[in-house]
Design a protein around this ligand. Structure first.
Ligand code: C2E
Ligand code: CA
Ligand code: CA
Ligand code: CA
Length: 277
């Protein structure tokens, strides 16, 4: 506006003001939630071509005293901005490691790989790798059972630094998956340099894979890319048998999605495992 400097009040926007205080409120609420232990992990099965569960993705949930069960979409963006994702993410990793130890104690269950989301802000911490290694040590979790899901947004950083952190964790057996693959702006040249184990086809491509030829082409291309780089490929957001079949016919043999199961609280997840055993 022309006379911007003359009258600051001219820019007072009640809607924006409301948004700002809502954000501050949510931030304070998250702080309370952390303090009172209101966060928990849900587990979504990951299934192979034979339909057997080989792993799970740990997904944050917030059991809010008033709002009930809250999904991460409504609090992670704020937690990212406030830095609270560092506390939440660290809690999620530690809880996942402790869960792996619990599962390893149950002799009848097959060993599972647990995938945990790591925000770029978390990974960017200078001591991230040491932090994870220390956590593995004091929980006693088997590093080979832990898979960290990273996103392409990490690649705006110093890639050598990213590779160094990944390499030191990988030396101990920790695996890495590139989450939401194809939605970011990763360069293919980085892809071959990163010590990855898996690409995860984003659900936005899986959703219309049967009806949108572009999505079908993208899904096929990601599978081919993964195969030629020696990476496993998993599809997320698989909701129907037809989507699973299409993916299977195109060489993708690991799936996650509502067709198999929604994310489950730990006891229900364990019951799901027993039922298939
Ligand atoms: P994401 O990593 O892409 O996780 C997949 C999301 O898709 C999950 O949403 C999951 O519940 C949902 N989903 C799984 N199968 C299906 C399906 O068949 N159809 C549909 N429509 N959706 C499906 P959720 O649990 O709400 O998590 C949302 C995002 O929050 C995650 O996306 C991830 O980016 C973030 N997030 C969750 N837990 C953590 C965490 O511990 N740390 C960090 N940094 N981020 C997390
Ligand atoms: Ca994920
Ligand atoms: Ca996704
Ligand atoms: Ca589409």
């Amino acid at each position: 506006a022309k006379n911007a400097g003359r009258n600051g009040l001219r820019f007072f926007d009640p809607l924006m003001q409301a948004a700002v205080s809502q954000r501050a409120e949510l931030e304070a609420d998250i702080r309370q939630g952390i303090l009172y232990g209101q966060f928990l992990l849900y587990y979504q099965p990951q299934v192979n071509a034979q339909g057997r569960v080989f792993g799970a993705e740990a997904l944050l949930r917030w059991l809010h005293p008033v709002r009930g069960l809250v999904s991460p979409g409504s609090f992670i963006p704020v937690a990212e901005e406030s830095g609270q994702i560092l506390t939440l993410g660290s809690w999620a990793l530690e809880t996942a490691c402790a869960q792996l130890v619990e599962w390893a104690k149950a002799p009848h269950t097959e060993p599972l790989v647990l995938a945990v989301n790591v925000s770029s802000r978390q990974f960017r911490q200078q001591d991230f790798a040491d932090h994870i290694l220390a956590m593995l040590d004091y929980t006693g979790a088997n590093p080979r059972r832990l898979k960290l899901e990273l996103t392409e947004s990490l690649l705006v950083d110093n890639v050598d630094d990213v590779i160094a952190k990944m390499t030191s964790l990988r030396a101990r057996g920790v695996g890495f998956s590139l989450d939401d693959f194809g939605t970011g702006y990763s360069s293919l040249s980085y892809l071959k340099r990163l010590p990855l184990d898996q690409l995860k086809i984003d659900q936005s491509f899986v959703q219309d894979v049967l009806t949108d030829p572009n999505d079908a082409a993208i899904a096929r291309t990601i599978v081919a890319l993964g195969n030629s780089l020696g990476l496993a490929v998993i599809a997320e957001g698989v909701e129907t048998a037809a989507q699973r079949d299409f993916l299977a016919q195109n060489g993708c043999s690991a799936y996650q999605g509502y067709y198999f199961s929604r994310p489950l609280p730990v006891d229900v997840f364990e019951a799901y495992l027993s039922a298939q055993a």
